[in-house]
Design a binder for this molecule. Sequence first.
Ligand SMILES: [Fe+2]
Ligand SMILES: [Fe+2]
Length: 361
Amino acid sequence: MTTKVYQLPVDKTGWQTADQTGTARFTWDYDNGREKLISLYDKGKRKQWDAKERIDWSHDPDPENPLQVPDELVPIFGSPVWDKLNTAERGNVRRHMVAWQFSQFLHGEQGALICTAKIVQTVPDIDSKYYAATQVMDEARHVETYSRYLDKIETAYPINPNLKSLLDDVLSDSRWDMTYLGMQVLIEGLALAAFGLIRNTAGDPLGKAVNAYVMQDEARHVMFGRLALRDYYPQLTQAERDDREDFCADACYRMRDRFLGEELWECLGYDPEDCLEYVNQSESQKVFRSLLFTRIVPTLKDVGLWGPKMRQTFADMGVIGYESTDLDAVIAEDESIAEAIDIQQRAAIDAAIADGVAAAT
Ligand SMILES: [Fe+2]
Ligand SMILES: [Fe+2]
């Protein structure tokens, strides 16, 4: 209960108002913050960074291989289509692949921005509103960061129709926890795994830094989803939890089977059906798709959506082994890798200054 010295009785702890865009919940209890959420909010305030200053935008990625990753990561690598391409055409595929992927990150980040703003509005407690407000700012900075990156490679793609339909489902659901579940756990969980693959394989410093820095913030976002849902799901009935599991199972299949960049292959002038068939059957692409679930599986287990439906779905997808992932260790690593890049950058700047001084004397 609030400890504010209200001068007139406060007979309800909150107030809610609704229009076509959803419910806005007010609380009059400004004092009762859960310790972990308040410390996450404090961390969110302290750890803001400015993409303009933190990232070295003077670096120009190679237009023919912007991330400097091995060709084995190109989805159609080894296909008859790929084998026929000359050096310049392969460079074009690499650039378009990065443009498509980073464009989906950009649009997904805008989805996160809008979802987090909705969480501020709909979540009942003041501690969650405080924290979510820091995340709104984080997501705006991520949109800015990916937008700048796409300007550097001078190629962009519209939102993938399947990502759009998943965002539509999440945003049109009026239950507040579905915004967390759909965005913080599923869409961001998948994105985090994809960011991590790029951060860990990219030889280009710009693509690496962009993803490492965004991941540093996302570590807090995943923690927020876990804290909120871990408290809430045990209070629901089994039927309500089953309903959430059905949504997650359907979304996971959709994310695995549909985010295959059909429009990318079409735009490049290749037969999209041939490309999708190859991508669907390629062993390395199957491994890549299963890696996208490294964050989602342990998070769903952690928040208590771990009934027969969920376990069966992940067993069927071949990703149930990720249930034993140590999420806290992974989050700590996301934070430390970003900090290590900062240290490297500072060392490079110090060395450049020292060289300049030595040359001048
Ligand atoms: Fe984000
Ligand atoms: Fe996020």
